[in-house]
Write a protein that binds this ligand. Structure first.
Ligand code: PHE
Length: 338
């Protein structure tokens, strides 16, 4: 039996020596040391060993197993290291290899927003960002929007809690800025706003840019001059603007501002529905009540404000008929505007 044990151990060690992968070693382990493995089956012969020789034989069997285990462990770590090195070599990535990767492009909404910010910065405005989750107090109350105003309805506004909501316009940043800074104030506020609206020209999330000027002697004439200059920079040097009377609780007087149709130049076309004019924003002279609400003395200061929908401008500028194409992330659509 001793001879048999030695023979199997030698055979196993030779197999281990020849193995070249962890998989082969795992197979060898099963073949020799598994439940019905060649070495394990020796134990079955123990019952025929005379009792006096049993301890000696047992020791020999254990030593043999020990030698096999050691050889397996040594070879395993050798194979593992070699396999890891091979994998690292095969799976290496050249992170500097970018030449054939397609580049993204700036989204048309971002393009238009950046362009508008640049125009107003050129006119002496500073761009500030507000928060998208606002309180009822800033979004409505300070802006002089009464309790029964339709914008306050659950149908129009996404409420987070009874007194917190997703801002419905960028106007609450008027109030934050007037509370925090002293005039002269000249800011634009680009950002996302939220309304429960969804059709070809309305999206529940869209972008606005708010403008606010507060200083001594500011009037509707400054509003007209500023928006005229902005419209010419945004569309073309020939662009005209006109004011139509309107109503916002936070401005008085309030106006809707149209510009001459950038597509037909005012002759009348499909885009302007034959009128020659396109509505681009809402604006007005800051209601003295809003100045008071925000701690500014209306006898000393006055202000003008405007709010523009960016998607609307992008749709006019690029002739996009459906607002939803701006959000579908269809690369064929988006890459036209880079
Ligand atoms: N906040 C108004 C809106 O969202 C736009 C606006 C801003 C009008 C500032 C007047 C002055 O419709």
């Amino acid at each position: 039996m001793l001879a048999l044990i030695n023979q199997i151990v030698d055979k196993c060690l030779a197999a281990i020596q020849e193995a070249s992968s962890t998989q082969q070693l795992a197979d060898i382990r099963v073949r020799f040391l598994g439940k019905s493995g060649e070495y394990t089956s020796i134990l079955r012969g123990m019952k025929d060993v005379p009792p006096a020789e049993k301890p000696q034989m047992g020791k020999h069997i254990n030593e043999g197993r020990e030698r096999i285990e050691q050889a397996l462990a040594a070879k395993e770590s050798e194979c593992k290291a070699a396999e890891l090195a091979a994998r690292l070599e095969a799976e290496s990535i050249d992170v500097t290899l970018t030449k054939d990767l397609p580049f993204g492009s700036t989204h048309p909404v971002t393009l238009v927003l950046d362009q508008i910010i640049d125009i107003f910065v050129g006119l002496g405005f500073r761009a500030v960002e507000g928060r998208e989750i606002e309180s009822d107090y800033y979004n409505f109350q300070l802006m002089n929007i009464p309790l029964d105003h339709p914008a306050r309805d659950m149908q129009d506004t996404f409420y987070v809690t009874e007194n917190t909501l997703l801002r419905t316009h960028t106007s609450p940043m008027q109030a934050h800025t007037m509370q925090e800074e002293k005039p002269p104030i000249r800011i634009v506020v680009p950002g996302k706003v939220y309304r429960a609206d969804d059709d070809a020209t309305h999206s529940p999330v869209f972008h606005q840019i708010e403008g606010l000027v507060v200083d001594k002697g500011i009037s509707l004439a400054h509003l007209k001059g500023t928006l005229d200059a902005a419209a010419r920079a945004l569309f073309s040097a020939e662009t005209k603007t006109r004011f139509r009377p309107s109503y916002f609780p936070f401005t008085e007087p309030s106006v809707e501002v149209d510009c001459s149709c950038p597509l037909c130049g005012g002759k009348g076309c499909r885009l302007c529905k034959g009128t020659g004019w396109i509505e681009i924003l809402g604006a007005g002279v800051v209601n003295p009540q809003v100045l008071i609400n925000c701690g500014i003395d209306p006898n000393e200061y006055s202000g003008i404000a405007f709010g523009m929908g960016i998607e609307r401008i992008a749709m006019i500028k690029y002739g996009v008929p459906d607002i939803r194409s701006l959000y579908e992330n269809d690369v064929r659509f988006l890459k036209q505007y880079c």
